[in-house]
Design a protein around this ligand. Sequence first.
Ligand SMILES: [Fe+2]
Length: 434
Amino acid sequence: MGCQYFDPCQGGADTFTVAIPKYTFGRGCLSEVGARAAGLGMSRVGLFTDPGLRDGPYVATVLDSLKSAGLDVAVFDEITIEADDRSVERGAAFIADGNFDGIVSVGGGSVIDTAKASMLYALHPPGDFLDYFAPPLGAGKPMPRQLLPHIACATTSGTGSECTSISVLRITHLETKFVLANPVLLPQEALVDPVCAETLPAMVVASTGFDLLCHALECYTAKAYTRWEKQPDPQKRPLIQGANPWSDLAAQKALEIAGTYLERGVASADDHEARDQLMWGASLAGMAFGNTGTHLGHALSYGVTHLMQDITTDGYTVGAPFVPHGISVIVSAPSIFRYTAEAAPERHFEAAGFLDCDLRDAGAPDSGELLAERLIGLMRNTGAPNGLAGVGFGPEDVPALAQSSARQARAINNAPRETNLVDIENIYAAAISY
Ligand SMILES: [Fe+2]
């Protein structure tokens, strides 16, 4: 079943590429960052983190380790919880003035994404901030071949940014997020110390856990890479290349982890097995979507973060309006997978099995319903908002949400089913509450 999904297509891609950093996982590995930075030739390090982590134990461990290795360090922490163009402009100024030969980032996706983009904007400033973004938003300016060596240390079990060549940034004047994707943004090393998961509030574990789950589920059900047009020049091949045998491996394991451990990890900070596994699953899902691309789950989350109003979430110390990324994705997900399952029922059925759905007396035609019910159950059991109504939207908001998300063309085209504006409106309308 799995092989047939990648059958050759006329004019379609016949290669796939895997890019991941040198990767270290394990309790206590944050204390290795100094030796690793020295091994990459760093002598003066710019350390990126956020105000919440700045004076905490993980940054202290990293600073001790860097100093013990004889490295000079300066810290930058002016990063908002949703990485945005202003954080990047501040980060770029920090790098431009700092005379650094390497970067270490310690945090969640916002910190790591800001570090990636800040290097780009400091070392190769464009005329306009949007120049590096793909058209029609930006000019699609080519990125340079090299930035500074970067060690990314993840402290949450969600984005997988430590393993990807992607930086997602909120563009303030457009009030929405767009993606920078280029191999030059891939960190040289990723360090994941699951001790960091012990202090995460339950709602952060839920939100980041849904993010990892959707990364994996969107990768596994994405359009096959062989169905994207062949690009003869390897330098021009997009990172978003569709589902492929590599991402299948990582996505399958990440789905199994989410199915087994998400509810447990949210329920108890003392469940080290669950929280450690979620950290590993987040990296695996990052390794998958960094080489595949997400599809409708993420595309439709952007309308939510663009148009949210007067809404906040427990466990996050940030002013309204704020919906955490993973929640903005999961609220529409049951409706989305009901819709996409029709185009690739076997794939969705396999994914339902990985998520530990009860497959007795069920077949591929039931896969959309199986997945939707499973996701709704996980949302209920982890206290997630119930659909779009749970984050402040009603039926009257559907056209605006669809207009906003329809701009994410590449991700929408990565779905297994061709999807137009009316389809997106229908998906949102069926996602108001479950
Ligand atoms: Fe995500």
